[in-house]
Design a protein around this ligand. Sequence first.
Ligand SMILES: Nc1nc2c(ncn2[C@@H]2O[C@H](COP(=O)(O)OP(=O)(O)OP(=O)(O)O)[C@@H](O)[C@H]2O)c(=O)[nH]1
Ligand SMILES: [Mg+2]
Length: 441
Amino acid sequence: MTNSLMSALPLVAIVGRPNVGKSTLFNRLIRRRKAIVQRESGTTRDRNYETIQVDNQSIRIVDTGGFQFAKSNTMEFMVDQEVEKAIAEADEILFVVDGASGITHTDERFADILRKINRPVRVVVNKLDDKRGPLQLGEFYHLGFDTVLGISAAHGHGIDELLTDMCKSLPEQHELIEEDPYLFNLSIIGEPNVGKSTYLNALLEKDRVIVSEIPGTTRDLVEESFEYEGKKIRLVDTAGLRSEKKMKSATEFFSFTRTKEALKKADVIVLLFDATLGLKRDSKNILKKILEERKALILVGNKWDLSSQREMARYKNDLVEANGFLKHFPIFFTSGLKAKNILQPIEESFKIFEYYNQLFSTKELNDFLEMLKKKKPPQGGKLKYLVQTHRRPLRFNLFVKGKQRVPRDYWGFLENQFMSHFKVRGVGLKMNLVEEKTKEK
Ligand SMILES: Nc1nc2c(ncn2[C@@H]2O[C@H](COP(=O)(O)OP(=O)(O)OP(=O)(O)O)[C@@H](O)[C@H]2O)c(=O)[nH]1
Ligand SMILES: [Mg+2]
């Protein structure tokens, strides 16, 4: 959906102090486990948007982190700021409170703020797991809002009633707005703290996600549409990836699983690394995974403002030395912080997406094989035909007579030749060897 279309949809913000069950409610409303839910407070940080359909209407919902009147210069303060942004743009507020613990001082202070904004606010009393009904709701009217609704987000009680009531104060739409197609999905992936979120913010030219020098800042996936020269793609910011052994918390683990999902779903991956450090072991492991999945890939060394020209040339050489196939992948150096060179990888992503999507004709492929046979045929076995079976990613069946006799290193050679011959870059290839069974004439 384009940003203008998106902003035309009514937006409902889920807000409240930490740990009252906002993300559980969000997941319940959107009917999937998108947001990470954890028992400890302070899990959600960035704003998390999703569009849902209620009675032929499209509504956007935004989940937020817990509001807690935090001191400045803390992560909690940055979360508070994100909540304020969500409130500022929302058409309606769901003010979530905890029915099991009752009203707290933070709830009261937060209510004071919400009363001043001129938009409908509904008090949503969560954690009423045993359905004891309206009796328990009485005290929550003291917060000063007309509508108080009881729910159990965990058990799904009261959700339909909440949805029906919520729609009453939203502007009426006359048609169902379908999501606008985007060309492809570009995920920004890398180790913690390399500047993935800074890069996303720089592209969007706004502070969409929280950036901090603490590794592990981003947790939930953040998706945003982005238009470049009239073409629309979806950008995904992800939680920093590092080896499972180094993980310290369940939250980190759940963030990790979401990043892995993003990797699987992505068409194009921007693998961001810190240009002052080069590709460390964790980045190399991520790279391996991306190549295994045959995703379209662009390497981006960020924090270029702190690095030198010489170092950059060295990285490229080191990479290609370690894995010759990487010479077919583009590498750029950017500074998210200074917004330098940030559009180069995007421009390139459109080109490599074309390769990722390319259909090769049987004739083209067999001409390529003929060329190969003349130039350097394998020492054992015989190449017969090459047929494309898939794109996104590119897969081929290579029919060979006597496939066991073809030396192993020939496949690497063949892939390299393929990339050069067809002038393809930034994508992996999967050559599936098939024994050609027909008798030779
Ligand atoms: N000098 C410099 N600093 C940068 C650049 N990009 C990001 N930083 C800083 O690096 C730190 C981490 O930035 P983030 O954008 O939060 O990094 P991230 O990769 O999203 O981190 P996680 O979400 O924790 O994985 C912050 O202190 C940023 O200001 C850059 O291009 N140059
Ligand atoms: Mg981040």
